[in-house]
Each structure stands twice: as C-alpha cells, then as structure tokens.
Design a protein around this ligand. Sequence first.
Ligand code: ATP
Length: 425
Amino acid sequence: MRVLIREVKDRIGSEVEISGWAQNIRVLSSVLFIELRDVSGTVQGVLLRKGNEELFDELKGLPRESVLTISGEAVKSQARIGYEVQIKHLEILNRAETPLPLGVVDKIESDIETRLENRFLDLRRPEVLAIFKVQSTISNSIRDYFVRKGFIEIHSPKIVAAATEGGTDLFPVKYFERNAYLSQSPQLYKEIMMSAGFDKVFEIAPAFRAEEHNTPRHLNEFTSIDMEMSFASDEDVMDVLEDVIKAAAQSVSSLNERELEILGVEKPSLGYRFRRITYSEYVKMAIDAGIEIKDGDDLSTPVLKAVGGKINQFYFITRWPRVLKPFYVQPYDDTYSKGFDLQYGELEITSGAQRVHSPHILIDNLRSKGLSPESFSFYVNAFRYGMPPHAGWAIGLERLTMVLLNIPNIRETTLFPRDRTRVTP
Ligand code: ATP
C-alpha cells in the first residue's frame, strides 16, 4: 500500500511503497539515485546496477518529472535527510516529455508570466505548494470559526441581474434573451438573508470584478469571505473580524510550521489589539506626514503609503464619510458613516459596515447615489416587511494570504489568476 513520502521516516527497517515525480536522477557507474517528490516531501531512492542491469539502463535515460512508483526497504543512510529507500521494484507510470517548459528544482528564477503559463509545473515547486497549504489552513480555520459560532454557510447566486453598487465593474453574461452579470459581491443577498431570519451567515465564494487596472493587489476573480450578522453594530463585527484573523494566524502558526520554514516567513504574531483609527484622524495623520488632503477626500494610494506604510500591523479605519461608502452603509451622522476598512500597512484587506436597515433611508441613499430603487426592488422589498439591524464584512482570501505570508503580488496567492490579460490556464 502506498505511503506518503513524509511517512517513510517512521518506517525505517520496513518495506515501503511510494509514488511521485522523479525530480532528479543521478547516475554513477554502479549506482543510481532518484530523488522522488510527492505532496508531502522528497526522499532518495537508490538502485544498484548489479542484478538490475536492464532497469538501471532504462532509468538512466528517464526524463525528470516522470511519474514513478517505487518500493523497497527504508534504511538509515548518509543522505541529507538521514534515510533513503533501497529500490526493489520500480514502475514507470508516465514519462515526462522533454525539455520541460519550466524547471521544477532549478535554482534560476523564471519570470512570473512563464511561471503562470506553466502553472501546473510551477505549482509542483515546494515553495509554491506551501503558499496554498497555508491558504487552505486559513480558509478552513475561518470556516471552522464561523461554524463554531453558529453561523450558517450560504451559497448565493453568482449570476445576477443588478450590480451590487450600480457600478460599471461588471462582467456581462448572456442569459438567454436577457442580459445578466457575474456577481461582484454577495452583499445584497447576504443582507436579504438577514430579513429571512438566518441571523448569522457566511459565504466563501468567487467574486468577479471587471476592473481595468492591473495592480499587484487586484484580480478580476477573487475569493471573497463574507459574513453578515443580525442585531449587530459595526463595532460588533469589527470584534468578530479581529477574532477571525487572529484565529487564522494561530492556525497557520501551529499547523504550517514546515511551510513557513520553506517560505522563510516568521509565524504571524498578532498579540496586539487592532487599532481603530477614524477616517478623520487618518486624514490628520496624512496632513502631518506632509500630504495634501482634506476631510472628505478618498484615501489614495500615496496617502495609504504615507500613513499606513508606517503601521506594520492590522488596524481599522472607521467612520468613513458617507459619500465615499456605498448606499447600504448606515449613517453615523449627516457626514460620516458606520463603514470601516481593515488595513495591513497600506493594503486594504476587508471592508465592512453596519448596514442601513430602514427601507426609507435605503431608498433615500439609493436615490442620492443616482440609483433607481425600482431596479433594486428584489432587494428593497426585503427591507419593507421586517428587516433587523445588521452588520457584516468581506475579506479577500488572496489578500489575507499575501499579508500573513508577506507576499507582494496577489498573483502568487491565487492558483490560476485572472487579471487584465490572463484567462488561461
Ligand atoms: P480596493 O479599494 O482595494 O479596490 P474595494 O474597496 O473594491 O477594494 P471591496 O469591494 O470592499 O473592495 O471588497 C472587500 C474586500 O475584497 C477587499 O478588502 C479585498 O480584500 C477584496 N477585494 C476587492 N476587490 C478585489 C480585487 N479586485 N482583487 C482581489 N481582492 C479584492
């Protein structure tokens, strides 16, 4: 029975069968070494020529990255990891073609485009695999957190008739004789679920944004982790968000020691309380840093760099001006809102808010943003027959992975990125 390569070290002295990719084959005159890799690690297999001449000669010409099963005794040895497998049987399951379009173990760094073009090979590299093992921990830990706290997991439609915010960043799709769009956010549906009485919901699903810009932090398809809770304020869901991020960081620290080591990244330590800086305080901090900005202006990249760039931590920016936030954000007063962002340094990770629950304020807000309440009637109706106060947020899974692993380009934290120029592979 096959075991993972990681398990070989616990079976020294016994027979093992392992399968994987031959990432390197070294041939000496009388002995041959195969470095075999699977999802769990690598180990060396050793074959003596004597008594195995036919197989030995066949393996001499075997291309790297061919897929093999080997079996034999696991023994202590001089190999770097202290043990190896003495090959008794070997089966070639599939030969790789040559040359490889991208090296898997080569030390030379290929550019990101070549890597993405040959992503299946790129993903074989342990340092790339490590990113996605960590990302799996993050999403599992967040899902686990929500389930433990009594949230219901939902799956909202990804083909929708109206834009979440009436924006233009939408991908149109032909829906029989009508036009529809790919969903840019589950916002409206998760709010409808509050009217439906589900109390606390979450969703982990793709969101599509037809944004034209090409930046290291934007994708045209990303994974949005959304939550919404009834009878909750902006402050309440900021508390939940801080808890969720700390739980995810804790899980990564305890479950991904090996991956962090491969990536050369410290365990994320979040023993501090996330600061809550109001938008107006942030503007003052920017002015103090010599930036030209006035209250009411959006926080542009230079502003976030100047102020946030100095804060190497998670922190909230709260009470944004109403004009800068969407119609569904609850007013704080005439000027400010109960909308917040979670930032890490200069990077936005999450936006959230207490939401409007009064249908009258909602309709006023829609009109004041130049949107027609009629075209949102499926949503507005849910507010007319008993909508509880509610609040929620959305984190981008890829951005959270960037922050926890200190990775500067979002394309590295996505298996198959969709950006301005890329729709394959
Ligand atoms: P930004 O201002 O950075 O463009 P946004 O204000 O459009 O983001 P929201 O619509 O509030 O973002 O989305 C919530 C979260 O989803 C963001 O904080 C981010 O983590 C993630 N996100 C949003 N847009 C993208 C995108 N194009 N690519 C990757 N992640 C995104």
